[in-house]
Design a protein around this ligand. Structure first.
Ligand SMILES: Cc1cc2nc3c(=O)[nH]c(=O)nc-3n(C[C@H](O)[C@H](O)[C@H](O)COP(=O)(O)O)c2cc1C
Length: 215
């Protein structure tokens, strides 16, 4: 089973659409989770997990952690907030600390794909942050893909007159945001979609090969 996690606070934003698109391309069974409605604390460093590799905090993460352990592969997407992972994604990945104790790494060998959503499509910051967590769990990274984010300034309702925001930065002061002013939506990002498609096919094929070797 492939576990797909969208770390974004928006249930239908670029991150969620990207994760779902890649999962679908694998042709394999998958389970999709959006963190948008989840309450997840960060790790508190209590170390009560050292004995049995089980986090003792109780919130929405415990069920996600169990699914991570059962998954053969994890596809994790997150958006850039303040040049960092958004807090939900960060908290979710931070809690995997409980799986790394006493020379045992419970996610070791699991396949991982990172999807980063960022205004600067060329900057690998977000995918690097996601794979840092994957690598510290000794997961095997299959691919890292970047999609372009959709600036909130185009939908906040005040973009036309806000010199601090992206609408005025991109187009100057305008009377009304028109269709052609809008940033690329997910469906318009041909290169990103191609890369998601390719990564999904490769992931599906690795998992099928593994199944055949095991049978
Ligand atoms: C609190 C906040 C901070 C953000 N900071 C950045 C930033 O520093 N750099 C950037 O490229 N985009 C930034 N963004 C824009 C998001 O990355 C972009 O809207 C992205 O599409 C969000 O992902 P989603 O569409 O999956 O919700 C920020 C958005 C929010 C809400």
């Amino acid at each position: 089973m492939i576990l797909g996690i969208s770390g974004s606070g928006r249930p239908d934003g670029i991150t969620s659409q990207s994760v779902k698109f890649l999962l679908e391309a694998t042709g394999e069974n998958y389970h999709y989770i959006s963190l948008s409605d989840k309450k997840i604390n960060g790790c508190i460093g209590c170390l009560h997990c050292a004995e049995d590799a089980t986090c003792k905090q109780k919130d929405d993460w415990n069920e996600i952690g169990e699914k991570m352990l059962k998954a053969d592969a994890i596809v994790f997407g997150a958006p850039n907030y303040y040049n960092n992972l958004n807090a939900l994604a960060h908290a979710c990945l931070e809690r995997t600390f409980c799986f790394r104790h006493r020379e045992t790494f419970k996610l070791a060998g699991n396949l991982g794909i990172a999807i980063g959503v960022d205004d600067s499509k060329e900057d690998p910051l977000i995918t690097e942050l996601i794979t840092k967590y994957m690598k510290s769990n000794h997961m095997a990274i299959v691919d890292e893909i970047q999609l372009k984010g959709y600036s909130q300034c185009y939908t906040c309702g005040y973009g036309e007159n806000c010199a601090a925001g992206n609408v005025v930065k991109d187009h100057g002061f305008i009377e009304k945001i028109q269709e052609w002013h809008l940033p690329q939506d997910f469906s318009e990002q041909n290169k990103g979609i191609y890369e998601l498609h390719k990564a999904g096919k490769i992931l599906g094929s690795i998992l099928r090969n593994q199944k055949n070797e095991g049978s």
